[in-house]
Design a protein around this ligand. Structure first.
Ligand code: PMV
Length: 324
């Protein structure tokens, strides 16, 4: 059977940075995210008797390194489904990869949903999330809808994501401003390993559950300013971790800093906007929908044109219409 899935990328409000089990991708702490409507991956999978090996085409290209990780994930699914056929996988992002935008969350979520169905499995949302996590940690959060929490869990079976609120819960806009650059300088797996050298990381971990509790309170009360301040300080803390690991990692580019400062300036003009940044140079600006027009005007005034406007959206889904 040939199946196709679409999955959104997600932006972390409370970040996943560090693992307690490398092989199973068990995170050191829980995290919270929101799915992004305009950063999606579509993936078609078909297991076929006539193939001698897996065929993986991502954004029109055969990339050995990326294919290797996809094949490992297909192995997990073959094992679960008790099948041995190789697969043809074609995957397409709706955003330019050349910009260095991360696609592993949407990519592994779409692959998990499409390939499990193609292999004849009918998994629950929880089972899909557990499986997606093993492909790429943050991918487990792209399975459920809207605003999502990933429970850290002590075992593979208990470390999965679930929806806290549907996408329509809060009319937020998330504007991803592209700050240039090709592929990421240091991959997340390597970046997280360097935490072993970081004297401040134990302090982060000692405070993280309190932060998660606060984030959930602000979400439940829709307290935008408290929510935004926490989102922003959490992003800065992630980068404080990368900057103080050894060797240090600087994910920012000049434009990253320009946009961070602009967000602070816009806020001084009484427009409540906040930023967050994952392990790359791009800046996500978050505001309530009612302030989006004003924010876009301000970006235009600064001649910032490279951005993608998102709203919260549903998680990974099977769709009609295959890529091959
Ligand atoms: O799942 P990965 O390996 O793409 O790691 C994601 C790490 C961050 O994006 C920096 C934070 C997060 O929680 O998504």
């Amino acid at each position: 059977m040939k199946t196709t899935a679409v999955a959104p990328s997600n932006i972390a409000l409370i970040k996943y940075w560090g693992k307690k089990d490398e092989k199973l991708r068990l995170p050191a702490n829980g995290s919270i995210s929101v799915n992004l409507s305009n950063l999606t991956t579509t993936t078609t999978v078909e297991f076929r008797k006539d193939l001698k090996k897996d065929e993986v085409i991502i954004n029109g290209k055969r990339d050995e390194k990326k294919a290797e990780r996809v094949m490992k994930h297909l192995d997990r699914i073959r094992k679960k489904a008790k099948i041995s056929d190789y697969a043809r996988v074609v995957s397409q992002n709706n955003f330019p990869t050349a910009g260095g935008l991360a696609s592993s969350a949407s990519g592994f979520a779409a692959l998990t949903v499409a390939a499990t169905k193609a292999a004849g499995l009918n998994l629950s949302e929880k089972e899909l999330s557990i499986l997606a996590r093993q492909g790429s940690g943050s991918a487990c959060r792209s399975i459920p809808d809207g605003f999502v929490e990933w429970l850290d869990g002590e075992t593979s079976e208990t470390s999965h994501a679930l929806s806290l609120y549907p996408p329509s819960y809060w009319d937020l806009a998330i504007v991803v401003v592209l700050a240039g650059g090709e592929e990421k300088s240091v991959l997340t797996t390597e970046g997280m390993k360097r935490l072993d050298t970081n004297p401040f990381y134990p302090i982060r971990l000692s405070r993280i559950n309190e932060k998660i509790k606060k984030m959930k309170q602000y979400l439940s009360g829709k307290k935008f300013e408290e929510f935004g301040s926490l989102v922003e300080s959490e992003a800065l803390e992630l980068h404080a971790m990368t900057l103080t690991s050894s060797p240090p990692i600087i994910y920012w580019r000049p434009k990253t800093i320009k946009v961070m400062k602009l967000v602070q300036k816009i806020r001084e003009n009484n427009v409540p906007v906040y930023f967050t940044i994952d392990s790359g140079p791009h800046v996500c600006i978050i505001c309530e929908e009612k302030h989006l027009k004003k924010l876009l005007q301000m970006l235009k005034r600064q001649r910032i044109k490279d951005f993608i406007v998102n709203k919260p959206t549903i998680g990974a889904r099977l769709v009609d219409g295959h890529l091959f």
